[in-house]
Write a protein that binds this ligand. Structure first.
Ligand SMILES: [Zn+2]
Length: 292
């Protein structure tokens, strides 16, 4: 009697388990078939769209293939990457650290900071995806993002930068990503903030929180294309304001589209440092003005 009951129980158990396994296999097959159909469907839509409105490479202007995004395979291979993500000390980081130390020395002279504050400041990490040259065709990546409304390019290259950074140990603990803000009038006119597009993709790759509610631009600054370094610094210093929120970030990453003199990023850094005195602050941009 006991054996019969046990047998029935085991048989029922095996039956239910068998059904569950079959259900799982069926579910997996349906998922794979749906994904496959979606992929084929997407390719068809893409092929049709390419036929009506061909996409071209942002750098050389060549017509893009189905699998190519924003750049052709040749221009992707030839992209003047900085590889700064592999080096915690690099020319970009040296430049921004120079500005930070200069600012601290002035603060010490003015009595607004002491030598302990200066010593407490850690070397800031910084990296960019590619070298930006005024005469080089890779500048089109940033121009199409900034002036052409190509926010998809910002996300695409932001993702590329984020993946590189995720492989570097010194960026592994980034927990908060803050884009350099535009003044609300400029944002309203443009309709988007190019730094936000890049920052959103970078934060996803680093599994960090994107915060657009911490840093604000309180006054509009004039365009900085035809002024010298000192003028640029004076132009943006004090233009930003950071608001202390209830979270306590340990490693903040400031993101912008282009690093030229570092004046804008330094002005943002100064505002954030006031609100978060103990957080590590690092920097990332798509382009870095310089030569390989
Ligand atoms: Zn190309």
């Amino acid at each position: 009697m006991y054996r019969d009951t046990q047998c029935t129980f085991l048989e029922n158990y095996a039956y239910v388990w068998g059904m569950w396994e079959r259900l799982c296999i069926w579910g997996q097959k349906v998922r794979e078939q749906t994904l496959c159909r979606m992929r084929v469907g997407k390719l068809w839509v893409k092929a049709l769209a390419d036929l009506m409105l061909p996409r071209t490479c942002l750098v050389c202007g060549r017509k893009l293939g189905l699998q190519e995004e924003h750049l052709c395979l040749y221009c992707i291979a030839e992209m003047p990457r900085t590889c700064f993500w592999n080096r915690s000390h690099n020319p970009m980081a040296d430049k921004i650290n120079g500005l930070i130390q200069e600012g601290l020395e002035t603060a010490v002279e003015d009595g607004k900071a002491d030598h302990e504050d200066q010593q407490r400041e850690r070397y800031a990490y910084a990296c960019a995806l590619f070298f930006f040259q005024d005469e080089g065709d890779y500048r089109n990546i940033l121009y199409s993002l900034k002036y052409g409304g190509n926010t998809a390019a910002g996300e695409h290259f932001g993702k590329m930068l984020g993946r590189k950074m995720a492989s570097a140990a010194h960026f592994a603990d980034v927990d908060t990503v803050i884009p350099v803000p535009l003044h609300w009038t400029r944002r309203w006119k443009r309709g988007y903030n190019q730094a936000e597009c890049i920052a959103a993709a970078v934060s996803r790759e680093l599994s960090a929180e994107l915060r657009k509610d911490i840093l604000y631009r309180r006054r509009r600054t004039s365009t900085q294309t035809k002024v010298d370094v000192k003028q640029k610094q004076n132009n943006v210093l004090g233009a930003f304001e950071a608001v202390k929120k209830d979270h306590d970030p340990s490693h903040i990453l400031l993101v912008d589209d282009l690093f030229t003199t570092g004046s804008t990023l330094y002005a943002c850094y100064s505002a954030i440092r006031e609100a978060y005195p103990s957080a590590r602050i690092s920097f990332a941009t798509l382009g870095y003005v310089g030569r390989p």
